[in-house]
Design a protein around this ligand. Structure first.
Ligand SMILES: NC(=O)CC[C@H](N)C(=O)O
Length: 230
């Protein structure tokens, strides 16, 4: 499994996620500058978090127009794997590779703290090393993490099992209090219809080593390692 990490100007989580990927995949990811357009040999495209283009316009709106995104979109259309975390999730929605949008947090404040996520399905390439219903801790750090989609789209996502993770309290209950950014139906992560593209707002890559304070995020990267290359 060869991972490739797309690097946009202003992205700042590329080294964190490279470390997490290398720790699980046992192979150093390729760093791909946003002007590149050749993804040959890359099985998993990762769009990391950060502040691409300084969050001018909407978060992710400019990155979505970068040359590399045409190649990322073609990779997904061929059935390739794509993971977008935080700004990466925003970029995937701006590129219309995932439905919905990430709006300003409901309280209009940047949120930097841990949250709890519930695994809504454990039969995907991103979640196979978790249990369904498992609750795990993940750091979040965003100003625009308020997932929005119209009611029909939300019903379709729920009906087709494309909600990957939800914000919950420590006991696993979906509650308003656990939904700090105000996301529709507590949605923290969304899958594409073929289950090969995942957008996720919190940062599992920042809990993959006891030195970071925990390893709750490691199963996500171990899941990717477990599938090998399809
Ligand atoms: N950590 C991130 O990727 C942040 C994403 C984006 N800059 C926001 O504030 O919402």
């Amino acid at each position: 499994m060869q991972a490739g990490i797309i690097v946009f100007p202003g992205i700042n989580r590329e080294r964190d996620i490279a470390m997490a990927l290398e720790g699980s995949l046992g192979r150093r990811p390729r760093m791909i500058w946003h002007r590149e357009t050749d993804l040959a040999g890359v099985d998993l495209v990762v769009i990391p978090g950060g502040f691409s283009y300084g969050d001018y316009l909407r978060c992710g709106a400019m990155a979505a127009q970068s040359p590399v995104m045409r190649a990322v979109s073609a990779h997904a259309a061929r059935g390739g794997y794509v993971l977008g975390v935080c700004n990466g999730f925003q970029i995937l929605t701006e590129a219309q590779m995932l439905p919905g949008a990430l709006l300003r947090n409901a309280g209009l404040r940047f949120l930097s703290m841990d949250c709890h996520l519930r695994v809504e399905r454990a039969d995907t390439v991103f979640s196979g090393q978790y249990q369904r219903g498992q609750v795990f801790r993940a750091p979040m750090a965003h100003g625009d993490g308020n997932y929005f989609a119209d009611a029909d789209t939300l019903d379709r996502l729920e009906g087709e099992g494309l909600v990957a993770f939800r914000y919950v309290d420590a006991s696993g209950a979906v509650s308003g209090a656990a939904n700090l950014n105000g996301s529709a139906r507590n949605i923290a992560g969304v899958l594409s219809a073929n289950l090969r593209v995942l957008g996720l707002m919190p940062h599992p890559e920042n809990l993959v080593d006891p030195l970071m304070g925990g390893v709750d995020g490691k199963p996500l990267f171990d899941s990717l390692a477990a599938i090998g290359v399809a």
